[in-house]
Design a protein around this ligand. Structure first.
Ligand SMILES: [Zn+2]
Length: 231
């Protein structure tokens, strides 16, 4: 695929994404974790949401065509090749697993290992490696870059341009950056116009000339973060 096609796809995704209300599905317990004070958070530790043995267990569910599954396997293989993370398909219904499905048009995922059945949905428009990997990284317990507690030093959030009811997508969550620093190039960064109600940017990088919201693939720091978490 040409780089132009990638850019076009990435742009299309950011348009699609701007209409998508709940793409990163935190559980009530996870929201409670982020809303609790620092001491309580440390006691719980986010690492409880990492997959045991660095192995994400998944099953192929409703609506997934064989061609979709091949794309997902390709996306997984790329993550495995660059980290120690493994992906294992299961047919055992009792095992905790990410059920890959296509039951609605959205691209969305539960976050981290939940120790039960959890879901990753890949609707039409999500079947591109970078988007699949974005959702897989959510399943592996990664949040969005713009939720980082240090983000205000790197981007300006234009609250006035955000659709009503979507402000929660720009909330700060007290997650660890493992001293990697802010990453404009992250696959987990939203685009400049995410959830815009007026075609004006909602996220403006404070550094001139940088681009945000790429959906081509894992950035160098995305890879480093996964390695610190899992390897
Ligand atoms: Zn996301």
């Amino acid at each position: 695929m040409s780089s132009f096609s990638y850019i076009l796809l990435a742009f299309m995704w950011s348009c699609l994404n701007s209409m998508q209300a709940n793409e990163m599905r935190l559980t009530t317990a996870q929201l409670k974790y982020f809303n609790s004070n620092a001491l309580h958070r440390n006691a719980l530790t986010w690492s409880g949401y990492y997959w045991p043995n660095s192995t994400l267990v998944y099953s192929v569910g409703k609506g997934m065509a064989f061609a979709d599954y091949l794309l997902v396997m390709n996306a997984m293989a790329d993550i495995s090749a660059r980290t120690c993370i493994k992906f294992r398909r299961t047919h055992n219904l009792k095992e905790p697993q990410v059920n890959l499905q296509r039951t609605d048009d959205g691209c969305w995922s539960d976050i981290g290992y939940l120790g039960e059945w959890q879901t990753l949905n890949l609707g039409k428009g999500c079947m591109q490696r970078g988007i699949i990997q974005h959702e897989l990284l959510h399943s592996l317990a990664l949040l969005h870059m713009q939720n980082d507690p240090r983000r205000d030093r790197y981007v300006r959030i234009n609250l006035a341009n955000i659709e009503e009811g979507e402000q929660h997508n720009f909330q700060i969550y007290h997650s660890d950056d493992f001293q990697l620093g802010y990453d404009y190039a992250s696959l987990m960064h939203y685009g400049a116009y995410a959830f815009s109600k007026n075609e004006k940017p909602t996220i403006v990088p404070l550094k001139r000339g940088v681009k945000i919201g790429q959906r081509i693939g894992l950035s160098a720091k995305d890879v480093q973060k996964l390695r610190i978490m899992y390897c």
